[in-house]
Design a protein around this ligand. Structure first.
Ligand code: KG4
Ligand code: ZN
Length: 340
């Protein structure tokens, strides 16, 4: 079964071909980093225009890297939301047209469901219930998954997402765009105990996250130090440690209280070196299997969308020409047309 996956949710145009839900035959990502770097962030209008230009070449590259033709495909999956609306429109319109033209089933995929599915692109897939930490530029969620398509959100950020604060603090410190991976690199040579960041106390659901206080504190430290370049590695290391410790703070308790059989981390921030290291140590200590995709499957890509689409198709959840791009598509209310 060959599934095409398309993702144009933000600033990367990606197409991938996967076989039987787990084997990645190709995963082509056309990055727009150079276009947006000059603005220090993604400019939605520029992103959607570039998707229009790259969509067809990226599909051709993905088909040829997989050694297949479009007539060999069995189904098409595409991210329907959440994301930048103009960007999503390009992928959704393209995916719908391609599926209609080839007479193939179409699966709209919720982007976070896609990130989670990146951990199923392997033969030894995780058991359920699975405790997911989904950390991207727009989301930081703890999600219990009891089966494919069955999600329960146990915690989410009350303000900024983890990727967003990495990007914002990095930008203020003069690091290149996108800030997250650059700060991760710079942090490697810094002292993670140089600056103190308190763990936020949550009123209400204790398993929620809050990162905006850490961001403000980091910027205050940077200002107070005269914005000196020497402080950047130490501040990056200390800030990264604070974010990572908060992300992992409730994992052990949630594993115990939910009876999770495995932990999975996904989303762009799952590429973070310290998060990977600390999560590995924690899960070894509590003797639970940990799944984190290789770095190229953490950041946005078509293969994860194809994997999520594979499970939707297996469950008979397909979409028609009325599939809409939606900028804010929640994981839990995500249903195909006609589904109740
Ligand atoms: O999942 P993703 O590619 O796109 C969204 O769905 O948002 O995540 C992008 C986010 C950005 O904020 C980026 O800075 C962050 O992931 N990121 C990282 C690292 N690599 C990507 N953050 C920290 N450390 C990294 N190594
Ligand atoms: Zn993403």
């Amino acid at each position: 079964m060959l599934m095409l996956g398309i993702d144009t949710s933000c600033d990367d145009t990606s197409c991938a071909v996967i076989r039987d839900g787990c084997e990645v035959l190709s995963n082509v990502v056309s990055s727009q980093v150079d276009l947006h770097a000059v603005y220090g962030g993604v400019v939605p209008e520029i992103a959607s225009r570039r998707h229009l230009e790259t969509m067809v070449p990226v599909l051709s590259a993905a088909l040829s890297a997989a050694g297949v033709s479009k007539n060999d495909l069995d189904a098409v999956s595409v991210t329907a939301g959440p994301g930048l609306l103009g960007s999503l429109f390009v992928g959704v319109s393209f995916g719908k047209s391609l599926a209609a033209g080839l007479g193939l089933p179409l699966c709209g995929v919720q982007h976070l469901e896609g990130h989670i599915a990146a951990n199923f692109l392997r033969e030894d897939i995780p058991d359920f219930p699975l405790l997911n930490l989904v950390v991207s530029g727009g989301h930081s969620d703890l999600v219990l998954m009891t089966g494919h398509g069955a999600y329960q959100v146990l915690g989410e950020t009350r303000d900024d997402a983890a990727g967003e604060v990495f990007d914002k603090v990095a930008r203020e410190m003069g690091l290149p765009f996108p800030g997250g991976p650059h700060m991760d690199g710079v942090a490697e040579s810094g002292d993670e105990d140089a600056y103190h960041f308190p763990h936020p106390k949550m009123v209400g659901r204790a398993t929620d996250f809050s990162f905006s206080g850490l961001k403000t504190r980091a910027l205050q430290y940077f200002e107070a130090g005269g914005k000196s370049a020497q402080s950047v590695p130490h501040l990056s290391a200390s800030f990264r440690k604070a974010v990572v410790e908060q992300l992992l703070y409730h994992v052990e308790d949630l594993v115990m209280s939910t009876g999770a059989k495995a932990v999975a981390i996904s989303g762009g921030v799952a590429a973070n070196k310290l998060l990977r290291k600390r999560a590995g140590a924690l899960c070894r200590e509590i003797a639970i299997p940990l799944f984190i995709p290789p770095k190229d499957l953490c950041t946005d890509n078509g293969a994860m969308v194809a994997a999520a689409g594979h499970y939707r198709l297996q469950a008979g959840k397909t979409d028609g020409p009325d599939l809409d791009a939606r900028s804010g598509l929640p994981l839990l209310s995500w249903k195909s047309a006609g589904e109740v």
